[in-house]
Design a protein around this ligand. Structure first.
Ligand code: ARG
Length: 465
């Protein structure tokens, strides 16, 4: 029985009726996967080049295909290309147009491959290029943090645990904590890129192909480190997409933590920083308002990023080998994650260097809340008191000061001496904020001196690639 002439051109041979119009739209991916057209064309050029090398295509056919594909690329880039939902996806749209342009030779391009290895190749190439852009933006943010930390190496602010004043820290030190989070994110991104950068091309539908293909050659042409090992795994593996979303999820956990602090710090109650107006918006009803929309939105977008990770994990869970149509659902989460990561990193990289620290206000805040109580205990320990007893003495001093509505450094020497007679005039040196931060002068500590050394180290070892 011959097929109905209105069935699909690419695979309609065994079909006796055309696809239902709704099913056609339901199963098509062209609306979103056209984003990968450049990668699809690069993959096809590498494939055709390899087919000519091993003698499956003539050099003439290869050149015709390459010229045709470059023309298709030009049409897509300049917006004249007609995408068609009947042709389902980016791969078949491009191949059909190629055949229109160069005739019968276009139909030879698909020799020895399948859309299954083709799409796996495209999405790896796409994500690799985006990862490189994201890495640049991440580095820009990291550099901005280091520059700000350098300016604020001596600025004193309260450090918190349980969001209660704990001990004084330098603002530079706080910013370097954010830097460390991002450094681990950059390492994870580099690690994701390493495993992603292998070529599935040649796995064909699932079992490989009977043509004498050279997979190492296509891998090399496309800049992959090597071909993937197993054809079944090659067409079904989407770990790299999951890993990218895992990287993005942890990154956003960090960005949302930083956002939360920025939002708190811009409030009148904290009053630690000013965000320039260009990063804020106003209220249509309350004329006094200046809202920190940029960090709020980054904090909010964390939800969709975490959602994409869960979507991909769930997509891949329980899939039998090898390719299943389910895999088409990998693209939208990956694309949206890429866009969101790029936008939010850009917003942060622009905003961080523009932060204005309100040093006096931070300093006043650190002076409230008994931030140097631990320093007093350490002082007593140096004078011979066991730490637990010192803790008790300071606790009673704080209770006394609280009752008088004073801070520790505001008490008279005689008042402090009621709780321990080993307290001398020199106690006031340790009760100052400057003394407290300067004393934490060891690797990883908050002393301005350590902050400067940490910045110098960070600048030399910042980028994993
Ligand atoms: N649009 C498909 C996807 O994104 C391409 C691969 C289709 N393969 C197939 N055997 N139907 O996964």
């Amino acid at each position: 029985m011959s097929s109905d002439s209105s069935t699909n051109q690419q695979w309609g041979g065994r079909f006796s009726e055309p696809t239902d119009a709704f099913v056609q739209r339901f199963t098509a991916s062209v609306d979103f996967d056209q984003r990968m057209y450049k990668q699809d064309i690069e993959g096809s050029i590498a494939h055709a080049t390899m087919l000519a090398k091993v003698g499956v295509l003539t050099n003439e056919e290869r050149d015709q295909i390459i010229t045709g594909l470059r023309q298709v690329e030009e049409e897509i880039t300049n917006g004249t290309f007609q995408w068609s939902v009947e042709l389902e996806d980016v791969h078949m749209n491009i191949e059909a147009r190629l055949t229109q342009l160069i005739g019968i030779t276009g139909k030879k391009l698909h020799t020895g491959r399948s859309r299954n290895d083709q799409v796996a190749t495209d999405i790896r190439l796409y994500l690799r290029a985006e990862i490189d852009l994201i890495n640049e933006e991440l580095k820009r943010l990291q550099t901005g943090l280091l520059d700000l930390a350098e300016r604020e190496a001596e600025t004193i602010m309260p450090g918190f645990t349980h969001l209660q004043t704990a001990q004084p820290v330098t603002f530079g030190h706080h910013l370097l904590a954010w830097f460390e989070m991002l450094k681990r994110d950059a390492d994870r991104l580099a690690d994701c890129r390493k495993r992603l950068n292998q070529s599935p091309l040649g796995a064909a539908a699932l079992a490989g192909t009977s043509y004498p293909i050279d997979r190492a050659y296509t891998a090399e042409l496309l800049g992959f480190s090597k071909p993937t090992e197993n054809s079944l795994d090659s067409v079904s593996d989407r770990d790299f997409a999951i890993e990218f979303c895992a990287f993005a999820s942890i990154l956003f956990t960090h960005l949302s933590r930083a956002s939360e602090e920025l939002i708190l710090w811009t409030s009148a109650q904290f009053n630690f920083i000013n965000l320039p107006d260009r990063f804020c918006t106003g209220s249509s009803i309350m004329p006094q308002k200046k809202n920190p929309d940029v960090p709020e939105l980054v904090r909010g977008k964390t939800g969709r990023i975490h959602g994409h990770l869960i979507a991909l994990l769930t997509l891949m869970k329980s899939q039998p080998l090898a390719y299943n149509k389910d895999n088409q659902e990998d693209k939208e989460p990956v694309f949206d994650a890429v866009d969101t990561v790029k936008d939010c990193l850009r917003a942060f990289a622009d905003m961080i260097p523009a932060i204005e620290a309100k040093k006096d206000s931070m300093y006043e805040s650190a002076k409230r809340g008994y931030a140097t109580a631990t320093d007093l205990a350490d002082y007593l320990v140096r004078k011979g008191l066991p730490f637990r007893d010192a803790h008790e003495v300071v606790g009673r001093s704080v209770a006394f000061a609280l009752e008088k509505n004073l801070d520790l450094y505001e008490l008279e020497l005689e008042q402090l001496q009621q709780f321990s007679d080993i307290i001398g005039e020199d106690v006031f040196e340790v009760l100052t904020l400057e003394g407290s931060v300067a004393a934490r002068d060891h690797f990883g500590g908050t002393a301005p001196n350590q902050v400067r050394q940490a910045i110098a180290r960070a600048r030399t070892e910042m980028s994993p690639w």
